[in-house]
Design a protein around this ligand. Sequence first.
Ligand code: NAD
Ligand code: DAU
Length: 358
Amino acid sequence: MILVTGGAGFIGSNFVLDWLAAGDEPVLNLDALTYAGNLRNLESLTGDPRHVFVRGDIGDRALLDSLLARHRPRAIVHFAAESHVDRSIHGPAEFMRTNVQGTFTLLEASRAHWATLPSGEREAFRFHHVSTDEVYGSLAPGAPAFTESHAYEPNSPYSASKAASDHLVRAWHHTYGLPVVTTNCSNNYGPYHFPEKLIPLMIVNALAGKPLPVYGDGQQIRDWLYVSDHCSGIRAVLAGGQLGETYNIGGWNEQANIDIVRSICTLLDELRPDPAGPYERLITHVADRPGHDRRYAIDARKIERELGWRPAETFQSGIRKTVQWYLDHADWVAEVQSGGYRDWVEQNYARRSPNAPR
Ligand code: NAD
Ligand code: DAU
């Protein structure tokens, strides 16, 4: 089996669902269920013996040791993190605790586990670290896209914590020989995206007739990738990536935030017209994010050249699927907004031991 950390979050839950749709290798899913973790995302796996969920923290070394000894995963895919830049500006401590200290603890537990494996399994073992393009900092207009050799210049507490975790992973390979691969991906979007990030926030606010808050002039550029394409990129690197290497994953789709918001409005005008008028009327420019990176762009030629990976979705196809998903899952949105998904988690887990399966 494989161990996935953070598998109840946005990308992690998409990864677990895609993994189990593509094959039968079981997944041990370790997630602390912070505000960003939502077991409803994995509801379709209820009763599926291939999915073993454990509520727990990647910083809990005793728990990690017992899980690794009991389940003996052949690989670890590490998604668990605090992931929201705005939250990192308001409260960076949790980002240091999970992204830096938590990754350190997971690396140490993985190293101890790896050392106990018989030689064939030792060689086959993989620690896949899931990271972000934000570690490279901000690009000037017209500057070439980030390659894997671009200098690390993180600018937010979030990106600094992810950069620190990338460095730890690199060092654990270089010093201890731990068989690691790292992927640095651009902005994801798609189903189960928590509605505090740009794309889902704009969809749910528009549907509720609320303002669409665009930071500053809205000309900040991001590269957007449909989440299932990120998941297929991770599978490709896990299967065939060179040990100790990093791979950038991106959608070849640079767009200014304001254009993303306008595209969402246009799609909603088509799919769920508002009698009050076009959704663009709700666009509201608000104060900028402190230290806001102006532009990210990913050069994904290495993963394409070495592993033959390319995104399957265009932005047009991916954003249409995404808007439609939110229209079809108003119940999921309502439960997230009311906090109901957390009440359910508390009810379900309050009386269970931290490492009780499912
Ligand atoms: P998310 O915030 O939606 O989910 C994070 C998950 O990790 C949640 O389920 C949460 O409960 C869990 N978690 C948090 N702290 C934990 C801890 N201490 N122990 C165990 N579990 C914990 O994040 P996401 O958007 O799905 O991102 C997943 C990973 O991908 C992160 O490492 C992020 O840096 C990276 N990434 C995200 C994007 C993006 O656009 N969202 C792009 C590139 C890379
Ligand atoms: O680049 C990859 C990163 O993408 C990941 O590592 C992060 O985990 C993920 O959260 C995302 O970070 P961003 O800061 O780019 O995502 P966010 O959705 O928060 O914002 C996208 C852009 O939209 C950014 O330029 C800020 C802007 N924005 C965001 C919000 C929430 C707005 O203009 N208004 C908003 O209300």
